[in-house]
Structure formats: structure tokens, C-alpha cells
Design a protein around this ligand. Structure first.
Ligand code: PLP
Ligand code: SF4
Length: 400
């Protein structure tokens, strides 16, 4: 009997970071061209499970998917539960019906004033620049916009000019803060982006321009010196990005952040609390301290909304509280994001208060669970408490 030949290793991943020349690796356009969007291409990077293959076939035409080679290089080739892989590879759970799920639970459509402007808060608005992203995050809160379940937000073609949108902003001078989002605005070429940003800058009432972009996480090579220099011509410009797991903090990401900061663009981070990805204290604490190390300021921790196709990533609010308890006091205050629930009424701060009022006074609790009572002499609670105290009244008069 012939010696059984070793089966051709057709399923073993054949591409890794090491097999790609630096010149290509460092070129963001190369990554955009080489985005992974078929099972065949995905198999070059990871060993797909039967469920993942099935999900790719069954989500086709419903939910877009695409992964940059850079982001694929962070995936564990053998572990389908890898936190990076779960954010990027389609899953069958996306197709399951969940009670209470909605394509727009936060009511953005209700506050949409023009093709691209969502004006929900008095002094700020978002401008939906595009519906394109380098990677289509499986947990995207605008999944129906970025993946066309029932069409996108755009009634008119995305390529149309922004005249109506900029006019709306100019005619509402109370808008002093405009946030470019989408999709990912940095999907556009620099010159197209500059057209939009210079259009905004030409409106005197617009004070700050903010960019929401996940490129520093999904394809940090996009953050070139040219891009940063262009943005810096329109200061004050701020950028918020979206790191969800410490695995995403790589030398490439660190360089992208350094470049933004070097051009005077402050960088914040918005994390989404995702079941099975980052829903434990140790991961979250490590993520926040890693962000501080690369000088990114944690801004929001979003509770995962019950968005159609995303529900399987939802955690309980209790889990969010547990994580906040594990951050507050354990790491520096500016490493602790604000835990928020996005609703039709806006973003609602959710962290549990560390104080409660009793007949003895105000009971305070620290990060170790130790409690103390402060009475209203030590810490006046109300304006009336202050007024009752003659010494405080005297001081108040001195100041005037
Ligand atoms: C989140 C959000 C903003 C920006 O809110 P900040 O709390 O200032 O970051 C603006 N408009 C809409 C519709 C939003 O959802
Ligand atoms: S980059 Fe942002 S907008 Fe794009 S798919 Fe991911 S979460 Fe959604």
C-alpha cells in the first residue's frame, strides 16, 4: 500500500503580515483594494468555521462585509471567538430575530433634517458624510445605513453635493459643533474631504469640527502626514475613534495616533460594550490603560443598543455597571469613560451614583466598597444649607 501522502494543506492560512512587503503594507490604498470580501479570500487568512462560511453566504445582499488585510492580520486564525474576528466576520446570529430589535432604536431618522444632517441636540449636529467603511463592523449601530438592509439614510445619491446640508448648518447658527460621521468620513480621498471641511469652516457659527473615524483601528495607515496636515489647516479639529479591545492597539495604531496628536488633533475613544468581546473588567481595564499609554482619552462606553442584526452583542446594564465599578477609582479618573445609553432622548449617563441620601446625611462609597457619612455641615448639600451657615455667608460677601 502506498504511504498515505499528506493531504495538500489547502485550508491553512497562506497570508500573514510577514508575507506582505512593507511597501504594500504601509500603503492604505493597497489595503482598500485588497479588502477581504469572499470566503475564498478570508480562507487565506483564517481557518473559517462551517458557521462562518454559512453566515457569509446567508448575509450576502443583506449585510455588507469587508475586512482590511491589516485588521485581518490581528485575527486569531484558529479561534472563531477571537475578539477581533467577532467584530469583523459575519455570524449567523445577525440573521436571528430578537425581541425589541429595531433598525434605528435611537431615532436618528426622526432628527434627520436634510440628506446628511442629523440635528438632535441644540448646539451640535452630525453630518453623515458617507456610507462606506474599510471594515463593516458586525456591531455597527447604523447597520442599516452602512449595510443597506432597507436602503440607507441617503435619499439622494451619496455623491451629490452638500449644498443643502451646509445651508442648513449655516441657517442654524446655534450649531457650533459639527461631527462628521457616516460610515467613515476618512473613506474619502483627502481632496474630497477637504472640500467638505473647508465648506464647514466657511460657516462663521461653526466653532469646532469633529471627525468620527475607525480608521486608526481598522486601517491606521490611512492616517498619513498629508491627511493630518490638511486637517490641521481647519483647526479646531477633534477626532474620536473606536477601539474595543487591547489587541487593536498595535504599533501601527500607535503611530497613527501620534501623527494626529502631533498635528494638534486631540483624539478620544468611544468603546461599545460587546458581549463576548470586551464584557469583562480585566479586558476593559487593560484597554483603558493601553489607550492612556498611547495618549488617547477614553470618552464614552456605549451600552450596545438593540439594533437589528446586532442584538447578539448586547449585554445587560448590570454588566455595564460591574465594568464601571471595576474602572472607577482603580485607574485614573481620565481613564474612565462615561457609560451611556443612547436613546431617542439622547445619550443618557448610566454609571451608578457612588452616593445616597439617608436621614444621617450623604453616604459616600469608594472603589473598595468602603462607606462614610458626611453631614451637611461638612459638605453642604443644598443652597439652603449654605445660607444657614453664617461663616459661609460671610465668605460669600467677602468675595463680592
Ligand atoms: C452622539 C451624538 C452627537 C454628539 O454628542 P456628544 O455627546 O457631544 O459627543 C451629536 N448628535 C447625535 C445625533 C449624536 O448621536
Ligand atoms: S467603522 Fe463605524 S460606521 Fe463603519 S461599520 Fe464600523 S462602527 Fe459602523
Amino acid at each position: 500500500m502506498p504511504y498515505p501522502s499528506k493531504q495538500a494543506d489547502t485550508t491553512a492560512p497562506s497570508i500573514t503580515r510577514e508575507t506582505i512587503p512593507d511597501e504594500q503594507w504601509n500603503d492604505w490604498r493597497w489595503h482598500m483594494r485588497k479588502r477581504i470580501n469572499t470566503a475564498e479570500k478570508a480562507r487565506q487568512w483564517i481557518n473559517l468555521t462551517a458557521d462562518e462560511e454559512k453566515a457569509m453566504a446567508e448575509t450576502a445582499g443583506k449585510y455588507r462585509w469587508s475586512i482590511t488585510p491589516y485588521y485581518a492580520s490581528l485575527m486569531d486564525p484558529d479561534d472563531p471567538l477571537c475578539p477581533v474576528r467577532q467584530q469583523a466576520v459575519p455570524a449567523l446570529s445577525e440573521l436571528m430575530e430578537h425581541t425589541g430589535a429595531d433598525i434605528d432604536p435611537v431615532g436618528d431618522m426622526f432628527y434627520r433634517k436634510t440628506n446628511r444632517v442629523v440635528h438632535k441636540y441644540p448646539d451640535r449636529a452630525i453630518l453623515l458624510v458617507t456610507e462606506t467603511c474599510p471594515v463593516y463592523c458586525r456591531h455597527c449601530t447604523r447597520k442599516f445605513h452602512t449595510t443597506e438592509v432597507d436602503g440607507t439614510y441617503f435619499e439622494k445619491n451619496e455623491g451629490e453635493d452638500l449644498d443643502d446640508d451646509l445651508r442648513y448648518i449655516a441657517e442654524h447658527p446655534e450649531i457650533r459643533d459639527v461631527l462628521l460621521t457616516g460610515g467613515d468620513p476618512l473613506s474619502y480621498r483627502d481632496d474630497r474631504l477637504e472640500e467638505i471641511i473647508s465648506g464647514l469652516r466657511a460657516i462663521p457659527s461653526v466653532e469646532i469640527i469633529r471627525i468620527g473615524s475607525r480608521f486608526p483601528v481598522l486601517l491606521p495607515q490611512r492616517i498619513t502626514d498629508e491627511l493630518c496636515a490638511m486637517l490641521a489647516r481647519y483647526h479646531p479639529v477633534w477626532l474620536n475613534t473606536h477601539f474595543n479591545h487591547p489587541k487593536e492597539i498595535t504599533p501601527e495604531a500607535e503611530r497613527a495616533i501620534d501623527r494626529l496628536l502631533g498635528h494638534g488633533i486631540p483624539v478620544g475613544n468611544q468603546t461599545v460594550l460587546l458581549r463576548g468581546v470586551n464584557d469583562d473588567v480585566a479586558t476593559m481595564r487593560f484597554l483603558m490603560t493601553e489607550l492612556l499609554r498611547i495618549r488617547v482619552r477614553p470618552y464614552y462606553l456605549y451600552h450596545c443598543d438593540n439594533v437589528t442584526g446586532v442584538s447578539h452583542f448586547m449585554t445587560s446594564v448590570e454588566k455595564g455597571w460591574e465594568i464601571m465599578e471595576g474602572l472607577q477609582g482603580h485607574i485614573t479618573g481620565f481613564g474612565v469613560p462615561q457609560y451611556v445609553l443612547t436613546t431617542r432622548l439622547g445619550k443618557i449617563p448610566m454609571a451608578q451614583p457612588c452616593h445616597r441620601l439617608t436621614s444621617e446625611g450623604l453616604v459616600l462609597r469608594n472603589y473598595k466598597g468602603q462607606e462614610m457619612v458626611v453631614d451637611s455641615a461638612a459638605c453642604p448639600l443644598t443652597e439652603a444649607d449654605l445660607d444657614r451657615d453664617p461663616a459661609a455667608r460671610e465668605k460669600g460677601r467677602d468675595r463680592k
